[in-house]
Design a protein around this ligand. Structure first.
Ligand code: AMP
Ligand code: ZN
Length: 116
C-alpha cells in the first residue's frame, strides 16, 4: 500500500517516468497541473509515497498531509490566484476517486468554472 506502485500513474509522475507540468516538488510532495482542468487553475498535490486514499491514512501520514494543506495557499498565490480557491480530496468509489493514489485537488481563478 505504501511503496511505489509500478502501475500507478501518479507514482510514475513522481518518478518522472511520465510528464507532468510540475509546480512544486520537495522531499515528500509533488504538485502539478491537472490534465483535464475544471477551473482556470487546477492543480493536484500528491504525497511521493503511494498512499491509496484517505481511507488508508495512518498517524504517520500526519506530517505530509499537514504540509500538503499548508502548501496550497502558497502555490495558489504563486499561480496568480487572488480571490479564493477550493480544496477537494475524493476518497474511494463512492467518494468519486478515479486515481488510486491519494491526491488533493486545488481549484482557483475567476468563475465560471467548467465544473466544481
Ligand atoms: P480523482 O477523481 O479525484 O481521482 O481525480 C483524478 C484527477 O487526476 C482528475 O482530475 C484527472 O484529470 C487527473 N489526472 C489523471 N491523469 C493525469 C495525468 N497524467 N496528469 C495530470 N492529471 C491527471
Ligand atoms: Zn502511486
Amino acid at each position: 500500500m505504501n511503496s511505489a506502485d509500478p502501475h500507478c500513474i501518479f507514482c510514475k509522475i513522481v518518478a518522472g517516468q511520465i510528464p507532468a507540468k510540475k509546480v512544486h516538488e520537495d522531499d515528500a510532495i509533488v504538485a502539478f497541473h491537472d490534465i483535464n482542468p475544471w477551473a482556470p487553475v487546477h492543480i493536484l498535490l500528491v504525497p511521493k509515497q503511494h498512499i491509496v486514499s484517505m481511507a488508508d491514512v495512518r498517524p504517520e501520514h500526519q506530517d505530509v498531509l499537514g504540509r500538503m494543506m499548508v502548501l496550497v495557499p502558497q502555490l495558489m498565490r504563486g499561480l496568480g490566484v487572488t480571490d479564493g480557491f477550493r480544496q477537494v480530496i475524493n476518497t474511494g468509489r463512492d467518494g468519486g476517486q478515479e486515481v488510486m493514489h491519494l491526491h488533493m485537488h486545488a481549484f482557483g481563478g475567476p468563475r465560471p468554472w467548467k465544473r466544481g
